[in-house]
Ligand binder design. Structure first.
Ligand code: GDP
Length: 408
C-alpha cells in the first residue's frame, strides 16, 4: 500500500522548553489549528477538539501522547514529546535521537532559562535543526529583541527574526511577517477566528524595513549566488528567502525566530508555516543508521529493508503495552514478525497505531520516516533495534550521559 503523505512532507519534531514557558499551551494551540484545518476524523470543527482538551485537562491527563500526529498544509507533523525536566535527561536524549527538527520555545519575559539552555546543548549534540518561538509576548516585560540577543549571546546561535512583534505586553497586537512584508493581526479571545493580513502601518514601516534588511543580509551571507542577487537588487524574493532559510537551518547555520502568544492565540499559525517550510523531512537529514560495517547503511526509503528504533514504552489503560518506534527504512505491516537485533529474538507486531490528539488511528502499514505506536512486541525495550531477520543491523548505540539531578 502506498503511503498517504510523501516522505518530503513528513516532519518529526519536538518542542524544547524550560518549564512554564508555555509548551503545553503552544502544543494545544498547534493541535487545535491543525485539527481544525483538516477536520480530524469525526471532529468537524475546532470547538470539538478544544472541548475534548478541556475535558482532558479537568481530569488532569496530559494531552499529548509520546508522539502526536497532526497535519498542516498537506504535511504530516509528528510531535514527539520531549520532557522539559532535567532529571529526565535520559528520556530527553532518547526523544532527541528520533526527531528531525525542533521548536525551541522561550518565554518573552524569562528568556533563555537553565533548562532551555541544557536541552538546547543536548539537541546540538544530536545536530537537531531548530526554529525558535518566543512565547508570552502579551506579558508585561516581554522583550522580543532581548531574548533574540540572549539566544545569540548565551546559546551562540545565529538567531534571525522572520517576524517581529507589533507592540508587547498589553499592547501586543500582532506580527510583522518579514518574509511577506505584511502586518498580521489576530482576534484576541476566540479560537474560531483566523488572522488577517494587512499592509504594514506607517508607524512600523521603518522598524519593519530594518528587520527585513537584517533577514535578507543574514540569508545572503549564507550563499554566494544569493549574495550576488542581493548586491544587485538590494533585496531577495520570498522563494529565495524560504529556500536559504531551509538550507541554512538544516545545516544549523541559522535559527529562524518566530514569536507570539499561545495564550492570546497569536503567532502559532506562522510558527506552523515555519515548521513545514523550514524544518527538514526525514530524507533530508544525514543517515544516522550506522553499523561498524558501512555497507549495511540503510536509505530512508520504503523499498529498503526494514529498520526501526524503539524509543518509548507506555502502558496504556486499554491497549496494554504500546511501543513507540521510529522507522528509519522500509515498510512495516501489522501482524508480521520482525527481528529485535538487540535482544536477538523475533517479535510479533500487533496493531500499528498513529496517535492523534483525540483518537488512535489503526493503520495497515507504516513507512520509512514514520513514528507510530505498536501493540505487541512483548519483549522489546526502549533503545532496541527492530529489523529484518535475514540481514540484521544494529542502529547506532545511544550513549546516555549520567542523569543530571539538579541545576544551580
Ligand atoms: P509548560 O510548563 O511549558 O508546559 O507551560 P504551560 O503551557 O503549562 O504554561 C505555563 C503557564 O503560562 C500557564 O499558566 C499558561 O496559561 C501560561 N501561558 C502559556 N502561554 C502563555 C502566553 O502566551 N501568555 C501568557 N500571558 N501566559 C501564557
Amino acid at each position: 500500500m502506498a503511503r498517504k503523505v510523501p516522505l518530503s512532507k513528513v516532519r518529526n519534531i519536538g518542542i524544547m522548553a524550560h518549564i512554564d514557558a508555555g509548551k503545553t499551551t503552544v502544543t494545544e494551540r498547534i493541535l487545535y489549528y491543525t485539527g481544525r484545518s483538516h477536520k480530524l476524523g469525526e471532529v468537524h470543527d475546532g470547538a470539538a477538539v478544544m472541548d475534548w482538551m478541556s475535558q482532558e485537562q479537568e481530569r488532569g491527563i496530559t494531552i499529548t501522547s509520546a508522539a502526536t500526529t497532526c497535519s498542516w498544509r498537506d504535511h504530516m507533523i509528528s510531535i514527539i514529546d520531549t520532557p522539559g525536566h532535567v532529571d529526565f535527561t535520559m528520556e530527553v536524549e532518547r526523544s532527541l535521537r528520533v526527531l528531525d527538527g525542533s521548536i525551541a520555545l522561550f518565554c518573552a519575559v524569562g528568556g533563555v532559562q537553565p533548562q532551555s539552555e541544557k536541552v538546547w546543548h543536548q539537541s546540538e549534540r544530536y545536530s537537531v535543526p531548530k526554529i525558535a518561538f518566543i512565547n508570552k509576548m502579551d506579558r508585561i516585560g516581554a522583550d522580543f529583541f532581548g531574548v533574540v540577543e540572549s539566544i545569540q549571546g548565551e546559546l551562540g546561535a545565529n538567531a534571525v527574526p522572520v517576524v517581529v512583534p507589533i507592540g508587547s505586553g498589553e499592547d501586543f497586537e500582532g506580527l510583522i511577517d518579514l518574509i511577506k512584508m505584511k502586518a498580521v493581526y489576530y482576534e484576541d479571545k476566540s479560537y474560531g477566528k483566523d488572522f488577517r493580513e494587512e499592509d504594514i502601518p506607517e508607524a512600523w514601516l521603518q522598524e519593519a524595513r530594518k528587520w527585513r534588511q537584517n533577514l535578507v543580509e543574514k540569508c545572503a551571507e549564507q550563499d554566494e549566488e544569493l549574495l550576488e542577487k542581493f548586491l544587485e537588487h538590494d533585496d531577495l524574493s520570498e522563494d529565495d528567502i524560504w529556500g536559504i532559510l531551509r538550507r541554512a537551518t538544516i545545516a544549523r547555520e541559522v535559527v529562524p525566530v518566530y514569536c507570539g502568544s499561545a495564550f492570546k492565540n497569536k503567532g502559532v499559525q506562522r510558527l506552523l508555516d515555519g515548521v513545514v517550510n523550514i524544518l527538514p523531512s526525514p530524507e533530508q537529514i544525514p543517515p544516522i543508521i550506522c553499523e561498524e560495517d558501512e555497507s549495511k547503511r540503510r536509505k530512508v526509503d520504503d523499498e529498503e529493508k526494514f529498520s526501526a528504533l524503539a524509543f518509548k514504552i507506555v502502558a496504556d489503560k486499554h491497549m496494554g503495552k504500546l511501543t513507540y518506534i521510529r522507522i528509519y527504512s522500509g515498510t512495516l505491516g501489522s501482524g508480521v514478525n520482525v527481528f529485535n537485533s538487540t535482544q536477538d529474538r523475533r517479535q510479533r507486531v500487533g496493531r500499528i497505531l498513529r496517535m492523534h490528539a483525540n483518537r488512535q488511528e489503526a493503520v495497515e502499514e507504516a513507512h520509512a520516516g514514520d513514528i507510530v505506536a505498536i501493540v505487541g512486541l512483548s519483549d522489546t525495550k526502549t533503545g532496541d533495534t527492530l529489523c529484518t531477520e535475514d540481514d540484521p543491523i544494529h542502529l547506532e548505540a545511544i550513549e546516555f550521559p549520567a542523569p543530571v539531578m539538579s541545576i544551580s
